[in-house]
Design a protein around this ligand. Structure first.
Ligand SMILES: Nc1ncnc2c1ncn2[C@@H]1O[C@H](COP(=O)(O)OP(=O)(O)OP(=O)(O)O)[C@@H](O)[C@H]1O
Length: 599
């Protein structure tokens, strides 16, 4: 019951309502199925005993008021009615299957969409803490498992419960005591089985969840980090590492499917064995086989065996639904936790206009600590960047360059101190508009499997791509000539995984064009040239420096050469800003200006 409540909590109120609306259709379809099958008996009866048309009051009423000329004509029409009813029942069943499937598949869609929304609503540090492949596994795998194992299993149970209800009613009329005995035995058996597999089902559910996540993580590692994997000769090692969770996942699934299906065979044996024992018992009591009393009892026994045979799927499906609920409760819990953690976050906003800046970006005593870290990664950082300046950020590994850059980009927010834009504190509510004014050029640009135009105007719907802005961005990034003269379809050429291969320098320029497309006032280069050889770096840097003055440029770099043309260079050491100086002061004469951190 707890697991069922858990599964129901995954649905939105509107989804619960539609589920309740579909339920009567499922019940009606189950009922129509029963009636359709049951109708064959009166039809055959009238066929064999036409006298019934007159002797049965209902039939004679229909016969007279319908103006039938003969019994044959009546039976013919009865047959046609029966046939039409069967067709209508089939139609109703197809409709029910379609509606139920639409609802069920629709839940995979809506659960995964709601999860993606919940993940994207989270602030950036959430992404630093969670493994992205686990989030993908939750969105694409676990949601499908919950829908198929819980909601589908439950709807199948409801259909068979309807059949069970009518069968039990029929059997109660024929023989109440044996019916109650059979029902009692079935219920007790399934209850014992359910109790005994409770713990193993929960454990299996957890194993399935964790091995599935590991599988996804290793698959991503192997395929996304494909270059490193090959260079380090780790292919075999990765396949071996992958095969551990993968076979664990397969084994847990095999075991869970067995746990779900095994009772069928036990119960079948008990039902058939029980019927044989019952027959032997009745036979002994009624004077042995061949006796008249035994012959009388045979039809009842026949009906019973048939009914038991039809009852079993209902019990089996009920059991299956209960075990599936338990198996999926680990996944359901994990998804519910993710929904809950995003519950109070504001909805995803649409496109926001950029927050322009004219004078300065100021950091005042800014401190930042990563969630769960013991020390601040940035300590009382204070500096001012005037509009149009080019600024370098240097420092040893772990000095805090990326953290400072993420704060400038508006991905992280200060824990203490403040960031001021044109002298005004940048508030939490303005952070998205600030981001819209900052372009970001990263070391290894992510190229999607799309055209050059779609890659430059990344994420903008095709119809909204502004050709003028596209060409201006490509021109400024010095890649327009290449696009127009060397690519087979110009801006419409496909690049990315399955498209045209681009060199490191070309990818970098495309990355710059992408950053420039929205027309930001600030452009941040994150080790943007560190992957390039010296000659290409010099070329790209020359292009970047042409942007100086019209845009504020911020360059995070390990190499001194990258920041040679910068107006000022910020040096970080162990999270603190230790100097603000120009290149010559810093690396040339050694006589550099030192600014006290926080001063
Ligand atoms: N997600 C994180 N969680 C906890 N600590 C982090 C996280 N990211 C970085 N840190 C810590 O913050 C400090 C600064 O890291 P940061 O990545 O900003 O340095 P960096 O100067 O960019 O280094 P590198 O040049 O190697 O990229 C380091 O001590 C690092 O261990």
């Amino acid at each position: 019951m707890k697991s069922l409540t858990l599964a129901v909590r995954l649905l939105t109120p509107a989804e619960r309502k539609t589920a309740m609306l579909i339920m009567p259709l499922i019940i009606l379809s189950g009922f129509a199925d029963m009636v359709g099958v049951a109708m064959i008996f009166p039809f055959l009866k009238v066929l064999g005993e036409p006298g019934l048309i007159q002797s049965n009051s209902y039939l004679s009423y229909v016969y007279t008021s319908g103006g039938f000329g003969s019994a044959d004509e009546f039976i013919f029409v009865l047959g046609i009615v029966f046939f039409v009813m069967l067709i209508a029942t089939a139609g109703l069943k197809i409709l029910t299957v379609y509606v139920a499937n639409r609802w069920l598949e629709g839940r995979i869609h809506s659960l995964s969409k709601r999860l993606l929304t919940a993940y994207l609503k989270q602030p950036y540090p959430f992404m630093l803490q969670r493994n992205s492949s686990e989030l993908v596994a939750n969105m694409l795998s676990e949601t499908a498992r919950i829908v198929s194992q819980v909601f589908r299993a439950f709807s199948e149970f409801v259909v068979s419960a309807v059949t069970l209800f009518f069968l039990v009613a029929l059997l109660l009329v024929i023989n109440p005591s044996v019916t109650l005995l059979a029902m009692g035995t079935f219920s007790a058996l399934y209850a014992v089985l359910l109790l005994s597999v409770r713990r193993i089902s929960s454990r299996l559910g957890q194993t399935i969840l964790s091995t599935n996540r590991k599988r996804h993580r290793l698959a991503m590692e192997a395929l996304i980090g494909g270059k490193q994997v090959r260079l380090l000769n780790r292919e075999r090692n990765l396949v071996e590492r992958y095969s551990v969770p993968s076979s664990g996942y397969a084994n847990a699934n095999a075991l869970s499917n067995t746990v779900r299906m095994a009772p069928r065979h036990i119960i079948e044996a008990v039902a058939i064995g029980g019927t044989v024992l019952l027959t032997l018992f009745l036979s002994a009591r009624s004077g042995g086989t061949g006796s008249a009393a035994m012959a009388d009892m045979l039809p009842t026994l026949g009906v019973f065996v048939l009914a038991l045979h039809r009852m079993m799927p209902a019990f089996q499906r009920g059991y299956n639904a209960s075990v599936s609920l338990r198996l999926s409760s680990a996944s359901a819990n994990s998804i519910l936790d993710d929904f809950k953690s995003a519950e109070d976050l504001p909805p995803l906003p649409g496109a926001v206009g950029p927050m322009r800046f004219r004078e300065s970006i100021e950091f005042k005593d800014v401190c930042f600590r990563y969630p769960g870290a013991e020390e601040d990664s940035l300590k009382n950082v204070t500096f001012t960047i005037a509009a149009g300046m080019s600024v370098g950020i240097v420092g040893r590994t772990g000095a805090g360059k990326t953290t400072l850059m993420d704060l400038i980009l508006g991905l992280l927010e200060p824990d203490r101190g403040e960031i001021r834009i044109d002298g005004r504190k940048l508030s939490h509510g303005e952070i998205r508009s600030w981001r819209a004014n900052v372009g970001y050029v990263q070391q290894d640009i992510y190229l999607s499997d799309a055209t050059v135009a779609q890659n430059i105007a990344f994420g903008v719907p095709d119809a909204d791509i502004d050709t003028g802005k596209l060409q201006a961005a490509a021109r400024m990034a010095q890649i327009e000539d290449f696009i127009l003269n060397e690519l087979p379809d110009g801006y419409e050429t496909f690049v990315g995984e399955r498209g045209v291969r681009l060199s490191g320098g070309q990818r970098q320029r495309l990355s710059i064009a992408r950053a420039l497309y929205p027309g930001p006032d600030v452009i941040v280069f994150d080790e943007a040239t560190s992957a390039l050889d010296n000659a290409t770096e010099a070329q790209v840097m020359a292009e970047i420096s042409k942007l100086a003055g019209s845009q504020t440029l911020i360059m995070v770099a390990h190499r001194h050469t990258t920041v040679r043309d910068c107006d000022i260079i910020l040096t970080l050491e162990n999270g603190a800003l230790t100097s603000i100086a120009d290149y010559d002061s810093l690396f040339g004469t050694g006589d550099h200006i030192t600014v006290a951190a926080g001063g």
